[in-house]
Design a protein around this ligand. Structure first.
Ligand code: NAD
Length: 367
């Protein structure tokens, strides 16, 4: 009936799941619903060749379910490549809970979500993301062992955000080294967009090094708190993308490098914590390259958090966490060199290495 009204070309555009551009060969997608707690969640398992799919849970008041599905697919795919490039034996997965974390999150809802995670028998292991706290992971732990990022007092590696911020700082320094010949960030102007768990910690590293930091956030209270704590400027304008800066550090949500912003950007470097910063990886990656803006791939430099939670599975300590996180500096430089030599974008350069590792493991497994 529908095909009589809509051409097959049009239909292909609206394939709800497998046809989505961001689907990109996901192994499994799980829709979770619970009437009593109001839970509506989606778990995406992108790839498990290197190991169980590990990735955080995000709670966000999406405008509609399409947005939520698209977000989880993009995020879980990113986790596959993040773990692969970082050398971890983990696959890629992610979960989103649809709702406002401030008003709709309850312990009952978190436990019910944990039960859904448990039903996957370890194919997916969860962790913290936007809208989640370490305490929420502790609640999930009550019903399933397939969760990381639980409190140190409960045997976990604790809040991953400071380590994520440290890794971003390492990636940013590597970018400065490549762009300016020195990795010292003193006097560089850095715009940190989003001063949540990761952003604030990044501000601390930057101010310790003497960078000239400006912060932006939609939360006025946070802005004032962080501004007075670290003595940094609050952005007062209404279009951060038009500002002149040395380094733009997106630490809020993804896709801020898009058709509307990319031509306005006046930064030398983009290095931040947000996942999926490029709305369209190939198009916007290429446009940044053409404009001479050095992009430190997000999935590479924000891997500190996953290195931290992986410690819970592999039983390594703080020293090894720091060593692996500091290595982000070297990997980032290698990616930049590879991109230059092969005349590809930095994103493509990073993806190639990640994909090679997965393909090699697949062959070893005889698949
Ligand atoms: P968070 O929720 O603690 O902080 C996000 C901050 O961004 C909040 O202060 C929020 O008010 C602000 N924000 C939201 N929309 C904004 C907008 N349009 N403009 C300006 N500010 C805005 O989250 P987080 O844990 O700090 O994570 C930040 C980003 O880093 C996310 O994209 C997350 O996926 C990514 N990331 C986090 C980790 C981690 O260890 N927490 C690891 C890897 C990647």
């Amino acid at each position: 009936m529908t095909s009589d009204l809509i051409s097959s070309k049009e239909l292909s555009k609206i394939d709800p799941v497998f046809g989505q551009l961001s689907f990109d060969n996901h192994e499994q997608i799980v829709f979770c619903n619970d009437k009593d707690t109001g839970l509506k969640a989606i778990i995406g398992i992108h790839n498990t060749v290197l190991g169980p799919a590990l990735g955080g849970t995000r709670m966000w008041a999406y405008n509609n379910e399409w947005e939520a599905l698209n977000d989880v697919l993009r995020l879980s795919r990113g986790m596959t490549f993040k773990s692969a490039i970082t050398g971890l034996n983990l696959g890629g997965g992610k979960a989103v809970i649809i709702g406002d974390a401030k008003t709709q999150k309850t312990p009952e809802l978190m436990r019910k979500f944990g039960e859904f995670v448990h039903s996957l028998s370890g194919r997916y292991i969860t962790a913290e993301d936007v809208g989640m706290t370490t305490a929420d992971m502790d609640t999930v732990r009550e019903v399933t062992p397939y969760v990381t990022g639980i409190s140190e007092s409960k045997g976990g590696a604790g809040n991953p955000s400071p380590i994520t911020a440290y890794g971003v700082f390492m990636g940013m320094k590597a970018a400065a080294k490549f762009k300016y010949g020195s990795d010292i960030l003193e006097d560089k102007s850095v715009f940190v967009q989003g001063i949540g768990h990761v952003g604030e910690s990044l501000v601390e590293h930057l101010t310790n090094e003497g960078a000239n930091v400006t912060i932006a956030d939609i939360n006025q209270e946070r802005l004032e708190e962080v501004s007075s704590k670290y003595n940094v400027a609050i952005y007062k304008g209404n279009d951060i993308y038009s500002e002149s800066m040395d380094i733009y550090a997106p630490c809020a949500l993804g896709a801020t490098i898009n058709d509307d912003t990319i031509n306005k950007l006046r930064a030398d470097i983009i290095a931040g914590a947000a996942n999926n910063q490029l709305a369209d990886e190939s198009k916007h990656g290429r446009m940044l390259q053409d404009r001479g803006i050095l992009y430190a791939p997000d999935f590479l430099i924000n891997a500190g958090g996953i290195i931290n939670v992986y410690a819970e599975l592999e039983n390594y300590g703080k020293q090894e966490i720091i060593r692996k996180t500091e290595n982000i500096y070297n990997t980032t430089l290698e990616i930049f060199e590879g991109a230059k030599q092969n005349n590809v974008t930095t994103n493509v350069s990073a993806l190639r290495i990640a994909k090679d590792r997965i393909e090699t493991r697949k062959k070893e497994q005889g698949k």
